[in-house]
Each structure stands twice: as C-alpha cells, then as structure tokens.
Write a protein that binds this ligand. Sequence first.
Ligand SMILES: Cc1cc2nc3c(=O)[nH]c(=O)nc-3n(C[C@H](O)[C@H](O)[C@H](O)COP(=O)(O)O)c2cc1C
Length: 230
Amino acid sequence: MFQIGIARPIFLLLLLLLLSYNFRSPTMSDAYLAAIATRRTNYAITAESSVSDEKLEAIVKHCVLHSPTPFNIQSSRAVLVIGAENTKLWKMISESYLKGLEGDHRATAEGKLAAFSGGYGTVLFFDDQAVIDDISVKIPAYVKHFPVWSKNAAGMLQHAVWTSLTLEGLAASLQHNGAYSDELVADILKTWGLPSTWTSSAMMPFGDPAKPPGEKQFGPIETRVKVFKA
Ligand SMILES: Cc1cc2nc3c(=O)[nH]c(=O)nc-3n(C[C@H](O)[C@H](O)[C@H](O)COP(=O)(O)O)c2cc1C
C-alpha cells in the first residue's frame, strides 16, 4: 500500500517533466541565431590573431564554397591578406583615400585607417565581372538583374565570413574603400596578381579585439517585420 502511495506522485512528477521537456531542437537554429547576434562592427583590432592562418584560410574557403550565388554562377571572390601584406594593403588604401581630404574629416579617416593598418589581416571581397558578363549573355532577359544579384551574393558571403571570424573571437568591420577609387582597385589587383575582371565589393579588416564593440541601438522590430496568417 505504501509503495503504491509513493509511486503515484513519482509517476506524476516524471510525466510532468516529460511533458514540460522542450522537444524542439535547441541546438540547430538557436546556435546559428545566437551567432548572428554576436557579429558586430568592431574597429578596435590588434596586430595579433588567436586564430591560426590555416584556420582563417579554411573559414574563408568554406564561406566562399557554401554561400549562394544567382544561378550558382559562383561570381564571388575572396582574398586573405595577413601580416606585412596587410600593412602594405592599408598603406596603399590610406594614400589613395586621404588624397584631397582635409580638416576633421581627414583626421577621423586617418585614425580609422591607422587602426585597420595595425590589424592582423583583411579579407578582400570581389565579384568577377567576367562571370557576370558570361551569364548575362546566356540569359539576356535578366541582364539588368545580375549586377544586383551578384552584390546580394557578395553580401551573403561577407556576412558568413564576418560571423565566422566573430565566433572565433576576432574583431572585424566592413569597409568600402575600393568603391571610392578605380585606380586603387587596379593597384590592388596588380600588386597581388589578381584578374583585372575582379571588382571590389568590400574589405574586412580584422584582428584580436582590443576592446569589445560599443552598444548597438535597435529600432522597433514591429515596423520592420510584418506577419500575416489566416
Ligand atoms: C552593406 C554594408 C555596408 C557597410 N559599409 C561600411 C563602411 O563602409 N564602413 C564602416 O565602417 N562600416 C560599414 N558597415 C557597417 C555598419 O555601419 C554596421 O554594420 C551597422 O552600423 C550596424 O552595426 P553592427 O555591425 O555592429 O551590427 C556596413 C554595413 C553593411 C551591411
């Protein structure tokens, strides 16, 4: 009688635990969503990297392989420059970007560029215009869309690399110095022996963080996401 008396509450407790157990997988999208929220713009980079060069290369290759492109044209390109090569890159960028800048604007730019130059490395992102031209000939109906779609694809790749670097504990930011000077991009392509058909989509300077990123402000999500369901 006593045994039956204690078995009943234990059974109910076990049932309650079982029913309250969250059967939704807690590890798949949750981990990914947390990773997305971790990625931040952080200009405070050092000349060190706690991540090996081999791992950095593997990350960039993985992201390029698995990021989508329109019609799977695989137009996105990435170049990893590290150490002294990185210093050389940002010297070129600084000389080009600071030309004609004066006063406060110049001082701010100098500060930012010095930080990037003092980082560990940079991932340069490009689109191969030859690939975009090729698909435009094959599918002329979409000719005006391919440049936009390839930029969308470039953004997806940049986000994948940025998030991965952050998950490795590195600080990074997204820069567009290539957009301000065709001459600079031509110099970069020549210096590193890259095809002249590559156009610059972004640059991602990175390194171990000198400090955490600043606080981020968020507008109301309700005005940015709408849901309709019957
Ligand atoms: C398409 C795009 C272009 C950006 N261009 C620059 C840039 O040229 N320079 C820069 O410092 N940050 C740039 N950013 C970074 C944004 O300013 C930054 O992502 C935004 O303020 C949100 O902050 P978070 O990255 O910390 O989330 C860019 C971001 C995106 C998505």
